[in-house]
Write a protein that binds this ligand. Structure first.
Ligand SMILES: [Zn+2]
Length: 221
């Protein structure tokens, strides 16, 4: 199975809401965002783009930049922030969908999904998903874990609810068809060059390494 690099953006430009502690690390300038898009679009490996948190910049900056380049992305929106200042609203979601972008769930309240009780899991996994599906006018069956946090219970719960792909922030390559998809989040100090060094220098997946080893043996036989 081939491997992919999942690249994740958060906010672009100036935030129009108060950021959570430590969140500013994931906001990049518009110029840097565009330069990084051009960079990853030129990589010799498959790349998938996603946007977390449902910031207004998804629609104001992310969408036109993707469209200009013929790229698509998956937008992990927060049901609890839809239509609040600084976040994507229902018309914005409609624009994303109309442009061929996919919508996934980042849950309801941007809290860790670890240690939630049954009501918390229901709110984050079921209610949030239903709200997003309603606004997007399409089923939502992918999720991205807020704050990159998850454990076996979170994953088992998502799986039992029928989510068919779950994204993390574990900074390593992903297998194209895998249920769990690690991603590289872009940070404010990243440049096209630093991201390339970080992502493309990552050790190949074991299956790739085995395939290469087998190929070598075959060539030498
Ligand atoms: Zn988030």
């Amino acid at each position: 199975m081939s491997d992919v690099r999942n690249i994740c953006f958060h906010g672009v430009g100036q935030p129009h809401r108060e950021l959570e502690p430590g969140e500013d690390v994931y906001w990049v300038t518009e110029d840097r965002f565009e330069a990084i898009l051009d960079e990853v679009a030129a990589w010799p490996v498959p790349v998938r783009l996603s946007f977390d948190d449902g910031n207004a910049s998804d629609v104001e900056t992310g969408l036109p930049a993707l469209a200009e380049r013929g790229l698509t992305g998956e937008f992990f929106l927060l049901a609890g922030r839809l239509g609040t200042p600084g976040s994507v609203d229902a018309p914005g979601v409609a624009k994303l969908v109309a442009a061929g972008m996919r919508v996934g769930s980042h849950g309801m309240a941007h809290r860790s999904w670890r240690g939630l009780d049954a009501a918390g899991l229901e709110a984050e996994f079921d209610t949030a998903r239903a709200i997003l599906a309603e606004v997007a006018g399409a089923p939502v069956d992918t999720a991205a874990c807020p704050l990159g946090r998850y454990d076996r219970r979170v994953l088992a719960s998502l799986r039992s609810r029928g989510y068919h792909r779950v994204y993390t922030s574990d900074r390593r390559p992903a297998r194209a068809g895998a249920w769990l998809q690690p991603r590289y989040s872009v940070r404010h100090h990243d440049t096209p060059e630093s991201l390339r060094a970080d992502v493309l220098a990552a050790a190949p997946l074991p299956s790739r390494a085995r395939a290469l080893a087998v190929g070598t043996v075959k060539r030498w036989r």
